[in-house]
Design a protein around this ligand. Structure first.
Ligand code: NAD
Length: 370
């Protein structure tokens, strides 16, 4: 995996970051290794749910990690177990199904359980994993609603286990730079902020993502969560209220869940940012105006190909394997007993916003985020 230390001097100069500018970037670069130095031991991770994200992203990323490795799997499909065991050299004793999952308590090879299931199952498996004595990474969105997030946080605290949310963009250099530019007001205060995330859903009409009981909601839960995150981490503030409206052009396909939602977040002091999520538009951007120019990311939120511009020029950062960086960081946090930068509390904050957006769709009014 490329590391921050491989950023070239030539690129910094191009970005106008010689001398003092380069010093200003230092917090971003050091944050990439927040939980280092890395100890020798590798943490064993078990993936729960071997669907698209585990198969396409997380298992390949675990081949590139330094502080953790793919130690085990939990699946309800015996054929997948056989295939994964061969492909990733996983011993039979580290393969579980949903019935014998709790026996993982006795497995010394597995330190961290990574929940990669439909949203409705996040709470149950996070709590069971913590009760089995394992640290937990839970995919986004954290749960069906904020109350479930609170239960998950409480269960992990009670079991004295660490809980992290799969917010890979906190480890992605362009997004980290936006956090720095906005929060440190490098170009002055942010005066306008708009961001959006979505794609044109062309998948299975019977998939769990379109069933409210399993997903909790549609594009807002799945994609909009990144835009909510983006606004929060660019400003470094928590929104206090939100007004939202929705649009549905394919009511048959999106019978149970939202298709496109537009929202306006209000922050303390009255600043308002605009966000939107969609299963019917290919959106992935963040655009900020500041007192001294604009900065933006587009695409902003994918697994790769992220690009950014600032008044200093094009951001010179490399594309990294976000999932490998995210999992390595959590493994280091566990190994060194340091807090993760993406704890359960971070997922809870986003779900409070999501809950308020859904309330606003019903009431037609601005809703407080509580
Ligand atoms: P998927 O449908 O491809 O896989 C889901 C897996 O859960 C399947 O293997 C399925 O067999 C299993 N499963 C177990 N019980 C199930 C049940 N009752 N109903 C349906 N499936 C069941 O989904 P995915 O795209 O891998 O998403 C899984 C999680 O990962 C979601 O929370 C999603 O939001 C998240 N995700 C995150 C990212 C990211 O960039 N961080 C990207 C994709 C998905």
């Amino acid at each position: 995996m490329k590391s921050a230390s491989k950023f070239s001097r030539r690129n910094f100069l191009h970005y106008g970051l010689a001398g003092a500018g380069a010093m200003a970037l230092a917090p971003t670069l050091s944050a990439l290794a927040a939980c280092s130095p890395a100890p020798d031991k590798k943490m064993g991770i078990a993936l729960v749910g071997l669907g698209g994200y585990s198969n396409g992203q997380l298992a390949p990323a675990l081949q590139q990690t330094n502080n953790c490795y793919l130690a085990g799997i939990v699946t309800g499909t015996p054929d997948k177990a056989t295939k994964w065991a061969q492909q990733y050299n996983i011993p039979q004793k580290n393969i579980y199904n949903y019935q014998n999952f709790d026996q993982i308590v006795d497995n010394k090879d597995i330190d961290i359980i990574y929940i990669v299931l439909p949203v409705a199952l996040h709470k149950e498996y996070t709590i069971r994993a913590a009760q089995a004595g394992k640290h937990v990474i839970c995919e986004k969105p954290m749960a069906l609603n904020a109350r479930d997030c609170e239960d998950m946080i409480a269960a992990c605290k009670k079991a004295n286990r660490m809980l992290s949310i799969g917010y890979r963009l906190h480890f992605e250099p362009h997004n980290m730079e936006v956090m720095r530019l906005g929060q440190k007001q490098v170009f002055g205060k942010v005066t306008q902020l708009e961001n959006a995330n979505g794609f044109v859903y062309g998948g299975n009409p019977n998939a769990w993502r379109l069933k409210k009981a399993l997903s909790g909601g549609g594009a807002l839960m799945d994609m909009g969560i990144y835009a909510i995150q983006g606004a929060r981490y660019t400003l470094g503030q928590e929104p206090i209220a939100v007004m939202a409206r929705q649009e549905k052009t394919k009511p048959d396909l999106f019978k149970e869940v939202d298709e496109t939602i537009y929202w306006e977040l209000e922050f303390p002091g009255g600043f308002k940012s605009q966000g939107k999520s969609s299963y019917n538009n290919n959106w992935s951007y963040l655009k900020a105006k500041t007192e001294k120019g604009s900065f933006e990311l587009e695409p902003a939120y994918g697994y790769g190909g992220i690009q950014g511009k600032t008044p200093n020029g094009v951001m010179p950062f490399p594309q990294i394997n976000q999932q490998a960086a995210q999992m390595d960081d959590f493994a280091r946090c566990v190994l060194t007993s340091k807090p993760t930068r993406v704890p359960g509390e971070e997922g809870l904050k986003d779900m409070k916003v999501v809950d308020a957006i859904y309330r606003s769709l019903v009431s037609g009014k601005q809703e407080r985020i509580v």
